[in-house]
Write a protein that binds this ligand. Sequence first.
Ligand code: LMR
Length: 416
Amino acid sequence: MARSSLEDMPVLPLAESFALTAAYNADSFPDKVNLGQGVYRDENSRPWVLPSVRSAEERLHKQNLNHEYLPITGHSPFNQKARQLIFGRELANHQNIRTIQTVAGTGANHLAALFCARYVRPKNVFISDPSWDNHYSIWETAGPDITQKLYPYYDAVARSFNFEGTMAELEDSAEENDIVVLHPCAHNPTGHDPTHDQWRKIAEIVGRKRLFVVFDSAYQGFASGDPDADAWAIRNFYSTFFGYSSPLSKNPPAGMLVCQSLSKNFGLYGERIGALHLITHPSVSAEGAYSHLIRLVRSEISCPALFGARIVDTIWSDSELRTHWEKDVKTMALRIQGVRVALKSELEKINTKGDWSHITRQIGMFSYTGLSKSQVQLLREVHHVYMLDNGRMSMSGLNGKNIGYVARAIKDVIGQ
Ligand code: LMR
């Protein structure tokens, strides 16, 4: 019998955002600051249960519900609401958008990659450089035969979205049927999004080369405070290629996938609630493709989890709760915008070397600070301020009590 080689396997590092949270929790320094994982925190650095979510929980509690299995496709009232949130009420009824509930955004991305690897069969997948680190792992795990190519998303000199670099890479290297992973809003980690005009030009390349787009929507609401405005790119691509009555494109790509996380905009991180939307051309039946998604879900998780789905459905079924939720999303987005302004002015006030205007030009949960890996390590080791090695700072970890401390720590690691 062949000897097991399990003992020879190297120990892999823990995913960085989770490793940082563990290190922060183990740190006993009283003024430690966590700017690592992409999670919302209130003015007191505490997790914030959205008041609309709390109200929905109370309503559900009174209903004395059971804990039966969901269908493999998930909680259908939730699927409908998730679709409305991404596509708007009008498009959400179109039969060429099929939705399956997933284990949060990660599950949606994983299912999308698995589906693409088996049934779309691209040669390459284009992922932004930089991106959420899990994009690279997910596509490596689910599609080991697909070549990962990075499009240069960030211009480190101009500190902005590298539109020309992105377009050139897709123009030169993408082939028909290749996958392009796009962040529709609040790009993680850079905080820079394409303008509407740039999105239209990206769509033009996607259409001309017949590329298969996978949108990953994890921060809807965090870019502008308005979930509808943040879904603009997805709705625009849908209307361009797959619009029910009159798609603008004559020869659209085979389909499109939209991964949706409700972790951040409902604050339901641990409930693992998300959705994957499969879009096909209106003249083609989506039934067969959808049934293959269902088969993949059955073999992975049988069916998804109930609680988060019930919360989202309860909020979206009631106009009063929904208005309350929209207010909650705005509260989070505005608080983050406020700490951006405060950090920039604090860094300037104490004459920290460099130009910090990018902090307020960036949007969403993160700032891509431009700090080097060694500066980030000094921040952690000397000042107990935790953020990703690539210089990404999760802004909601900042508040009136710690902004001065963090600004002084940054000034210290940068030097004169
Ligand atoms: C992040 O980017 O920090 C979050 O999305 C958490 C994670 O899964 O990495």
